[in-house]
Write a protein that binds this ligand. Structure first.
Ligand SMILES: NC(=O)C1=CN([C@@H]2O[C@H](COP(=O)(O)OP(=O)(O)OC[C@H]3O[C@@H](n4cnc5c(N)ncnc54)[C@H](O)[C@@H]3O)[C@@H](O)[C@H]2O)C=CC1
Ligand SMILES: O=C([O-])CC(=O)C(=O)O
Length: 316
């Protein structure tokens, strides 16, 4: 059995633990700072095991020693946005939480693959990459798979076809400058332009970019967690089963797409070592401009991080 640890037992963390258990992907540790919260949720999930037929162990804890030897660690600890906020507004608080989490991952799970989820996603992924020193294969962020799934669901609703036949692709940062790629979005391999007029596609692209905020404004408290946890578990499945799935992830770039020293959503092959390969695809002039805009926005956020603190953490 693989050992999977989820840091943060809130909406995203607890739903991820439930999906991991139901997918029988490994034994799970769920950690949170709030005393009793992860323990209570873990106990509740263990009591569902006989009904759901999952034979995995789920432990709730406030003690990082329990994540010792984890194969995969998923970081969901941090605050979620409220209506009217951007993801970038979460940076100061979540960067501080992330530093503490990273120090503990370095100490207790130094061989793990780390999947970041906490927002602002690309900036936090960069911070975790720097802070852990684990290298780009073992530190990457979940966002593009969620954004692509949202785009695919909107296409299926509009075309009136099965979601099973829709493949969508969204690149760039997980924010207002994300880059949905209609040209790489298909229904049974057929470009969506064969099914939908341009103004409809433009509307679905805009809805995809705004999809997180749409849910925040409906919920009033907190943000999405059902689709995010599904995307996280798809990525964990691809790693554990060494499946070679190609999905968009936020990864540290070293010249790919012409960008360096930041994390940005690009297609990558996932396998047992984490990121097996970053895939570079042909982009149109318009898409290159959009991706550059996204890169600038993420780089601006990275500029707000106090990197001294990360480098110091790395040296401890
Ligand atoms: N990358 C993506 O696509 C997505 C990212 N998110 C982000 O994920 C994060 C979590 O979202 P939710 O679970 O909905 O929030 P939530 O508020 O329901 O849960 C967050 C949990 O983190 C815990 N926490 C806070 N500080 C901690 C620390 N130092 N150590 C351990 N745990 C700590 C809190 O006690 C809380 O239980 C947010 O930053 C949110 O914006 C959410 C959805 C999608
Ligand atoms: O919108 C948010 O703040 C949470 C998130 O990243 C998403 O649902 O895409």
């Amino acid at each position: 059995m693989k050992k999977l640890s989820v840091i943060g037992a809130g909406n995203v963390g607890a739903s991820t633990v439930q999906r991991l258990a139901e997918s029988k992907l490994g034994d799970i540790v769920m950690l949170d700072v709030v005393p009793g919260l992860p323990q209570g949720k873990a106990l509740d999930l263990m009591q569902a095991a006989p009904l759901m037929g999952y034979d995995v162990n789920i432990k709730g804890t406030n003690d990082y020693a329990d994540i010792e030897g984890s194969d995969i660690v998923i970081i969901t600890a941090g605050i979620a946005r409220k209506p009217g906020m951007t993801r970038d507004d979460l940076l100061n608080i979540n960067a501080k939480i992330t530093r503490e989490v990273c120090g503990n991952i370095r100490e207790y799970a130094p061989k793990s693959i780390v999947i970041t989820v906490t927002n602002p996603l690309d900036i936090i992924t960069y911070a975790v990459y720097k802070c852990t020193g684990f290298g780009k294969k073992r530190v990457f962020g979940m966002s593009g798979l969620l954004d692509s799934s949202r785009f695919a669901s909107f296409v299926a609703m509009e075309v009136g076809c099965s979601v099973k036949d829709v493949d969508a692709m969204v690149l760039g940062g997980h924010g207002d400058s994300m880059v949905p790629l209609p040209q790489y979005t298909t229904v049974s391999g057929i470009p969506i332009s064969e099914f939908l007029p341009k103004d409809t596609i433009d509307r679905l692209v805009a809805r995809t970019i705004d999809a997180g905020a749409e849910i925040v404004s409906l919920l009033k408290e907190g943000s999405a967690f059902y689709a995010p946890s599904a995307a996280i578990v798809s990525m964990v499945d691809a790693i554990i089963n060494d499946s070679g799935r190609v999905v968009p992830v936020s990864v540290y770039l070293e010249g790919e797409y012409g960008f360096s020293d930041l994390c940005l959503g690009v297609p990558a092959k996932l396998g047992k070592n984490g990121i097996e390969k970053v895939i570079e695809i042909q982009l149109s002039e318009e898409q290159i401009v959009a991706l550059s805009k996204s890169e600038k926005s993420v780089r601006h956020g990275i500029g707000k991080l106090d990197m001294g603190l990360y480098e110091k953490a790395f040296l401890v």
